[in-house]
Design a protein around this ligand. Structure first.
Ligand code: FES
Length: 556
């Protein structure tokens, strides 16, 4: 391989007399003669002061640039956007959340494609920006390393953002005083970092490490730590080494690597959003991955981590006992991971994990394989006459494995929220929230406020919730989302009426509307689609473009 293969994209823009104008502009941002002979590595920063998850990321990005420069490349820092689910949840604003994944992927692809970067480092620290970064890397297929921004530390009294959401539910019931609510609000978020349980951010960080696209240990580090800065510097070195050997995302993001990511997600008790994002990431590299792969792998993979939201501990406590690498080593030794997958280190996963020490004997966060929290996956793919193309449930077993109840139907999250708050939702109800799918919402909002309100009112074991929207990684309870086809597309969810009996069976993996087929057909024949909620702007464009949740809600 020639020296030039490392500069195959940048050389188009900076080599030769005719490229003097490009060089003139780059000299103004600090390029020297020598820099024009180096591979250029774009460093995509998701820095933003809109949210604590990403407020520290510019420092990390600058460290990654130093890592690139120190390893003989030329790092070029650029920004993309981020949004915060934790802030937008429970409002119309949240419709922009999943859309932002596409905006982030498109923007990183656009800048890197236009500016001729030979390699890429992307640093993300919130739910949507991480899969957005990976989708961009997959599309560009240039040597690339993902860096996770790191987890937040716990708030006072072992609290986090979900404690605040649930305090709101308790407050509306009268169990939580104004003063206590104010105190949780003031002390639950102590500084920079991603939401502190095994919610979507920590789930995706772990899944990406298992996929092989971040350095070993990257997913389990505190946001503010020397190890996180070191991770950034090493990412710079790693991307240069990948350029040298011409290792690209499509060499790493194989079908087997996605199976590793799914297995680790399940073992950690990760978020339902991982299903959506992993499907979308696989689509971006043309890897065949379907909902059925989650079922197949879920049958043999136990849930081992006692982490929030369903469990007790927080990510920073897992960091303190060694992070996810000892867990991955256990899974590998048990034959549950493919050890021969290549990673960004240039080694195989098995080589990366060789010599990793096990957890300290006294820890209680990660259960032994022989004594799992749940013997099979908590992420269940349900099908049935209410979800012919699939739905995703998060069933830890704590809520039971079967729920049969009477439908209480709402056409939006806000309407459901009101029904829960005013006591219309009673024990034994299945709350149905529809027209919240990718196209109908539009934007497939997370139903964190309704699930937190149900928990806060003490109805977690007596009320189920089903929707064509999705859930926050912080949601727990008897919840089923991603119902496909969505109501806006004329899925059977659209014709459920108040009082209909609905059964969720997490053993049979079914979601059933207990009315005769002829009645379903008759109701569907009379159904007409409501007018789209948006006619202009990014949400309208998204609604026209987006595919079904069962395919990852992709737009290309
Ligand atoms: Fe950013 Fe939770 S809102 S990680």
């Amino acid at each position: 391989m020639t020296q030039d293969h490392k500069r195959r994209h940048s050389s188009v823009l900076v080599d030769g007399p005719r490229k003097a104008p490009a060089r003139a502009m780059l000299r103004a941002v600090g390029f020297t003669d020598e820099d024009f002979r180096k591979p250029q590595v774009g460093v995509a920063s998701t820095w933003s002061m809109v949210t604590p998850c990403n407020m520290h990321i510019n420092q990390l990005a600058e460290e990654a640039v130093r890592g690139v420069d120190g390893a003989g490349g030329k790092g070029v820092l650029f920004n993309t956007i981020t949004i915060s689910d934790g802030i937008a949840n429970g409002a119309e604003n949240m419709k922009y959340s999943l859309v932002s994944r596409e905006v982030i992927a498109d923007s990183i692809e656009t800048v890197s494609g236009c500016e001729g970067f030979d390699g890429l480092i992307a640093i993300g620290g919130c739910d949507k920006n991480m899969p957005g970064c990976l989708i961009a890397m997959a599309r560009l297929n240039r040597p690339a390393v993902f860096v996770y921004g790191g987890t937040i530390r716990p708030g006072r009294g072992h609290t986090d953002i979900i404690s605040v959401f649930e305090a709101v539910g308790g407050h509306s019931k009268g169990d939580v005083s104004d003063e206590r609510l104010r105190e949780v609000e003031r002390t639950a978020i102590p500084g920079p970092g991603s939401c502190g349980g095994m919610y979507t951010a920590n789930t995706m960080a772990s899944a990406i490490e298992a996929l092989g696209m971040s350095l070993p240990g990257s997913s389990a580090q505190d946001a503010v730590s020397e190890t996180k800065l070191e991770d950034c510097r090493r990412a710079g070195e790693a991307v240069l080494a990948m350029l040298e050997r011409d290792i690209k995302p499509r060499d790493i993001m194989t079908r087997q690597a996605f199976e590793n990511a799914i297995t680790v997600t399940i073992a950690l008790g990760g978020s339902t959003n991982a299903v959506l994002h992993l499907l979308a990431m696989a689509h971006a590299v043309d890897v065949e991955l379907s909902l059925d792969d989650f079922t197949r792998l879920g049958r043999r993979t136990p849930v081992l981590a006692d982490l929030r939201p369903s469990g007790h501990y927080m990510m920073s406590e897992l960091v303190a006992i060694g992070g996810i690498r000892p867990l991955m080593k256990r899974l590998l030794d048990a034959g549950l991971l493919h050890g021969d997958c290549l990673t960004v280190t240039g080694q195989t996963l098995a080589e990366d994990l060789a010599g990793v020490a096990d957890y300290p004997a006294e820890q209680r966060i990660i259960h032994p394989l022989a004594q799992p929290i749940k013997a099979s996956s908590h992420l269940r793919i349900l099908r049935g006459n209410l979800a012919p193309d699939g739905a995703v449930a998060k069933i830890t077993g704590k809520e039971g494995l079967r729920f049969s109840g009477s439908a209480r139907v709402y056409a939006s999250e806000e309407a459901a929220q009101e029904g829960i708050a005013d006591g219309s939702v009673q024990a034994g109800d299945v709350v149905v929230i529809r027209y919240e799918g990718p196209r109908g919402g539009p934007g497939m909002r997370e139903m964190l406020s309704p699930t937190s309100a149900i928990m806060g009112r003490g109805l977690g074991k007596e009320v189920a919730l089903i929707t064509d929207g999705r859930f926050s990684g912080g949601s727990h309870g008897f919840v089923v989302g991603h119902i496909t086809p969505e109501a806006m597309e004329g899925g059977p969810l659209a014709i459920v009426r108040d009082g209909d009996r609905i059964t969720i069976d997490a053993e049979a993996d079914s979601l059933t509307l207990e009315i005769p087929d002829e009645e379903i057909r008759a109701r569907l024949a009379h159904w007409t689609a409501p007018a789209p909620r948006r006619s202009r702007g990014v949400l309208a464009k998204y609604a026209r473009q987006v595919g079904p949740a069962s395919g990852g809600a992709v737009t290309d």
